[in-house]
Design a protein around this ligand. Sequence first.
Ligand SMILES: [Zn+2]
Length: 247
Amino acid sequence: MRLTIIGCGDAFGSGAHLQTAFHVRSETSAFLIDCGTTTLIGMRRLGLDPGDIDTVFVSHLHGDHFGGLTWILIDAQYVSKRTRPLVVTGPKGIEARFLVAAEALYPGITKGQGCFELTFIEYEEQKPLEVKGVAVTPFEVKHPSGAPPYALRFHLEGKVLAFSGDTGWTDVLYEVARDADLFISECFQYDVKIPIHLNYLTIDANYAKLGAKRVLLTHMSEAMLQNVGRVDASRYMVADDGMTLDL
Ligand SMILES: [Zn+2]
């Protein structure tokens, strides 16, 4: 499978990065992990077709992680003329939150869905679900966002791809990352501890116990970006918009 980083930024435009979105092309489908507000722009830059996406797996209900769904819908109706079904998975209440957001931004857009089926599936804690050959297990983490936030652990093509979502430190990350072929970890701060985000020093102190084969740091604030030269390159890759990784 090929992972493309559409956006590795935070909600504040730090480093001029686009907001969080990862694109995965596997043998069975193409899907997004998170869909920040800037996702459609990032896909256009990279030549990725939004009409190709089967599934959007959303980690939590902050706009920099799901706000881009509105623009995917607008593209589907007015430009791509999408017919392919689209499944969106996310925390409890994701459909209602999406409808409110989309109607606020583009009144009427959710009323005329055109000729494609849009389905929402809600996560249940640590209960695997499968869409188009991609299995995902959600693990609740620590990041208040109006609904339970999740880290996501994907199984596909015999590989494990794990994603922290946004979260303060929680030991559940050991289960999320264990033996993963790639663990994508938010790394909002370098050394500052806050309850709702991770920092580099905490991730590094837990590196061995996390036990992932590769770790990719993402969602970096300006404070973290200023310290990126102190990242141990033997342990971590640092995300950038447009970067690709083959797994
Ligand atoms: Zn968040």
